[in-house]
Design a protein around this ligand. Sequence first.
Ligand SMILES: [Zn+2]
Length: 335
Amino acid sequence: MVNYKDLGLVNTRDMFARAIKGGYAIPAFNFNNMEQLQAIIKASVETKSPVILQVSKGARNYANQTLLRYMAEGAVAYAKELGCEHPEIVLHLDHGDSFELCKSCVDLGFSSVMIDGSHLPYEENVALTKKVVEYAHQYDVTVEGELGVLAGVEDEVSADHHTYTNPEEVIDFATRTGCDSLAISIGTSHGAYKFKPEQCHVDPATGRLVPPPLAFEVLDAVMEKLPGFPIVLHGSSSVPQEYVDMINQYGGKLDAAIGIPEEELRKAAKSAVCKINIDSDSRLAMTAAVRKVFVEKPAEFDPRKYLGPARDEMEKMYKHKIINVLGSDNKLAQC
Ligand SMILES: [Zn+2]
């Protein structure tokens, strides 16, 4: 049994309370490898932002859960070495699908876990989430639950259609489970193909596809039922057109990849939404940068020469999100 506090990690309770009060959101970035982790830590240290490192099922399969935990421990030391004496770094399990998995993460030193019972019948979701909360809270590990179903594909999490969160269920769910935050479905979606072109309209000024707006009325109704309760948005990458264009320009083939406009996320971050999950955008940044090197320098075969530029591009993207979208810069309790 390893307690996250001994690793220098923090849970989400205090940072979420401050984020709601301050009208900003904490970035939750997924990581699978060293370059991504370095970019996340550098971006959050240089902007003085709290940060949530997320480990998905795909990441656990790819990089190994134990190794990722040690990398997160290393990330705390790295942040301090970069000059941040009191970093606020959460190690969070993304989309935990069983009590056993959540327990293993709590026991391994994670400071926060998500139990995703959103695909289950309501009463089963309540029972499973409650069980995870009862275990995790013994160690002061915070728990994210989910109500409503997001569309899209992300690693092994996938659904054809979304079902908006029913605001009538949120009080009962939060009260009976004791969860610390709630992921809701208001039209965000997993992956880089969040909308079909036929769901969008064309912006006459740019010629680009604009997706349908998020269901802010659902968010408003949830906030009215649960004032001040931490709300989470999954699937909130913006799929920057510059990266899609760059990937296609350098030999890739991404057709009609569409994300959530940053304007909408900016609006959400000012509300009780205090955690915004971004994964696809870093995949796109990394892929675009790697492809560029491969095309421009075909003789290059030192991985550091293409993973290095990829790391720089991700760092730039993370900083942009922190400063211009989530507003979590300069929000550390202590520097
Ligand atoms: Zn998700």
